[in-house]
Write a protein that binds this ligand. Structure first.
Ligand code: GTQ
Ligand code: FE2
Length: 347
């Protein structure tokens, strides 16, 4: 741009010389790289569960979980259609498993979280241990662990998948393989990891600080109880209400190395101060109703809705009833490399 303005006669000739050599002039693109503020294609958006549910259920008439390997509708950010991502760095989708179905075992370098949206009693097995999932549970499938899912209940089971697919793709570190059988043979008893590593204690000779939590199901009953007990202290954060982050009990770091996860309570009538941060965030409504102002948009939400707040776009929440919001983002990656920023109350 600069060259074209200053030397309009020379620029095209010079360009012709660069092209066959696979060279490009930085000065033409620098303003787009060193942007003053994060301005990505990622847009604020909300998926109302009421609009999505029927369409998701129809997918069960078209393909089985086994045929699909994973029967998932990708939540594609409208600013990045065709790029299978909900934010620039993360993937999200709604996965459906009908009663009796199995999603066959495989593993991959991308890490996944499951946030249970509807149903209960289906399991996911991670490296041989099954965990049975209920609404509001936060479940982890760490990178390169074998996993299969099965629904032994009599109702459809829907959860939101959150994966670091775009991050792993950027680093070109994608590997995947299928397990020789549909399901993994049983290993540890169901629920073992939660009790072994998630009771505020650790096995006596265990001093590892793994990058991912050994607890792979954080049940909603526990999370909800923590929030309910803590609300008695009446200590509300102006930007977040009462907000907890899920951690790896060995290290105190985020439960997953690439994805940060949180649960927050906003009591009826609470209005948060404006907040923005450099980690684009996906929210899933667990309980209650309310509205969120995200940049210029106002989203009215209720149970099971999903909405996106892009990087550095100011958000304000307002709870019409007691509300509980699950959220996740790439914050741990940004913090690890010293990039993360936030702005409390000024935007
Ligand atoms: O459940 O294993 O949404 O491998 C995308 C990729 C879910 C899964 C997704 C996956 C899975
Ligand atoms: Fe998977």
């Amino acid at each position: 741009m600069i060259t074209a303005d200053i030397r309009p006669d020379l620029a095209p000739y010079y360009k012709d010389e660069l092209d066959p050599k696979n060279l490009a002039p930085l000065w033409e693109v620098l303003p787009g790289i060193a942007k003053h503020l994060p301005k990505s294609a990622c847009e604020p958006y909300i998926w109302h569960y009421a609009d999505v549910r029927d369409t998701l259920m129809k997918s069960a008439d078209l393909i089985t979980a086994e045929e699909a390997e994973r029967r998932v509708l990708i939540l594609e950010n409208p600013g990045m259609r065709g790029r299978f991502r909900v934010t620039t760095a993360l993937f999200a989708g709604l996965q459906l498993i009908m009663p009796g179905e199995v999603a066959p075992a495989h593993r991959h370098t991308q890490a996944a979280l499951r946030f249970i949206v509807e149903g209960g009693g289906a399991y996911t097995a991670v490296d041989g241990e099954r965990t049975y999932m209920e609404e509001g549970d936060f479940v982890i499938t760490p990178s390169w662990t074998w996993h299969d899912h099965g629904n032994e209940s009599d109702q459809p089971m829907v959860w939101m998948d959150g994966l670091d697919i775009p991050i792993v793709e950027t680093l070109d570190a994608t590997f995947a393989e299928k397990f020789p059988e549909k399901s993994q043979p049983p290993g540890r008893p169901s629920g073992d990891s939660l009790h072994r590593y998630g009771s505020g204690m650790l096995p006596v000779d265990y001093y590892e600080k793994g990058t991912v939590s050994k607890v792979f199901n954080y049940p909603y009953t526990r999370t909800r109880e923590a929030l309910e007990q803590m609300r008695k202290a009446e200590e509300w954060d102006p930007c977040h209400g009462l907000k907890l982050r899920y951690v790896n009990p060995e290290s105190g770091e985020s439960a997953m190395p690439t994805i940060g996860t949180n649960m927050q309570l906003l009591p009826k009538g609470f209005e948060t101060s404006s907040y923005r941060s450099s980690d684009a965030t996906i929210f899933s409504v667990v309980e209650g109703t309310g509205t969120s102002q995200v940049g210029d948009e106002t989203f009215t939400w209720s149970k099971r809705d999903t909405f996106v707040v892009p990087s550095w776009v100011p958000v304000k929440h307002s709870a019409a009833e007691d509300a509980v919001l699950f959220s996740f983002s790439d914050r741990p990656v940004q913090r690890m490399v010293g990039l993360w920023r936030e702005d409390r109350g000024n935007a």
